[in-house]
Design a protein around this ligand. Structure first.
Ligand code: SF4
Ligand code: SF4
Length: 323
């Protein structure tokens, strides 16, 4: 039976909500079928006050074995490095994080905030927030670049704003059943099984992307065209399985006519949320996308785009989905 302790730092609880929405397995299945010993969780823990504090201290002091320490939200360092912006169980949360990360066999960061700081760490970052082992794309974060858990692993990052329920539960199940060694991580410590492909992989608009056919409006009911050219879709440069492992088992942002905003990448939210940068493709010379699909360069992209537009068949300019 693997013991799991889940704490929240600077967070909106979005990843907890996502976790509670898990279906295959759901949270009860995790406990009954996969033998998860959920020591405490902010929304599920039964203990309060001193009783809860005893669990944390017992884990921190090694009196109670802690297999998996899950952290959601940022580590708040402010003000002035005291961590007192986020007090929890009579201590700055950052002190709990230090003790519990060092006591755990495995440490898992759930969601952008815990992975790399997310929205709270966006400049001017008033709470001096950071991620567990990254600050945006820079290695380090709160625990430092060389941190390794007792099992010798770096922090396992499951990003997203929020992370999909399946990304969370499948990794927790793998860890709880002793398969940590099977989880290949990328250079940002993300499990490759989820984060090697792009949001674009499996997108129903990819044929419009291939023929460089834009959509002119977004939202519900928009079925034709690709959101890359006008609406800032980051699908070709965002590593996520959102069109392979669908949300609510039935859809994704791009399928619903909304651009991918790149929430699994450390730079999210891009452009510091400046007016006119969200849902809008940033362009050079008014027409060339400033950011192009990963692995391409501007010259090659432009040549390919010009040829694709010339070759575009009529169907790629029409609604091909018939209901
Ligand atoms: S750019 Fe976005 S909308 Fe277009 S095909 Fe890629 S993921 Fe789909
Ligand atoms: S489609 Fe993009 S923004 Fe939406 S959840 Fe997936 S990676 Fe995040």
């Amino acid at each position: 039976m693997a013991s799991v302790l889940w704490l929240q730092g600077g967070a909106c609880s979005g990843n907890t909500m996502s976790f509670l929405n898990a279906e295959e397995p759901n949270v009860v299945d995790l406990i009954t079928d996969f033998g998860l010993d959920l020591l405490w969780h902010p929304s599920l823990g039964m203990e309060l006050g001193k009783q809860a504090q005893k669990i944390f201290w017992d884990c921190a002091q090694g009196k109670r074995p802690l297999d998996i320490f899950v952290f959601e939200g940022t580590v708040m360092m402010g003000p002035d490095g005291t961590g007192r912006y986020d007090m929890f169980a009579d201590r700055p949360m950052k002190d709990w994080v230090t003790d519990l990360a060092n006591a755990a066999q495995i440490v898992v960061a759930i969601g952008d905030c815990a992975c790399w700081g997310g929205i709270p760490a966006t400049e001017p970052n008033p709470t001096d927030s950071t991620g567990l082992q990254f600050h945006k794309r820079e290695r380090g974060g709160f625990l430092g670049p060389d941190f390794r858990s007792k099992m010798g692993l770096p922090v396992i990052n499951i990003p997203g704003c929020p992370a999909h329920p399946d990304w969370i539960t499948q990794i927790i199940v793998a860890l709880a059943t002793g398969r940590a060694g099977d989880i290949a991580l990328d250079e940002l410590h993300r499990p490759q099984t989820f984060f090697k492909t792009f949001t674009q992989t499996g997108c129903t608009r990819v044929q419009f992307f291939e023929y460089k056919q834009p959509t002119t409006s977004f939202g519900e009911g928009t079925r034709t065209g690709c959101l890359f050219y006008e609406f800032g879709c980051r699908g070709p440069m965002t590593h996520s399985p959102c069109n392979r492992i669908l949300w609510n088992r039935q859809s994704s942002k791009t399928r619903a006519g909304m651009p991918c905003t790149g929430c699994t990448e450390p730079e999210f939210p891009f452009f510091d949320l400046a007016p006119g940068t969200v849902f809008k493709t940033q362009k050079v010379s008014g027409m060339i996308p400033k950011e192009i699909p990963e692995g391409s360069d501007h010259l090659t992209y432009m040549a390919h785009a010009a040829a694709a537009r010339i070759a575009a068949p009529q169907w790629s300019k029409e609604d091909m989905f018939v209901v």
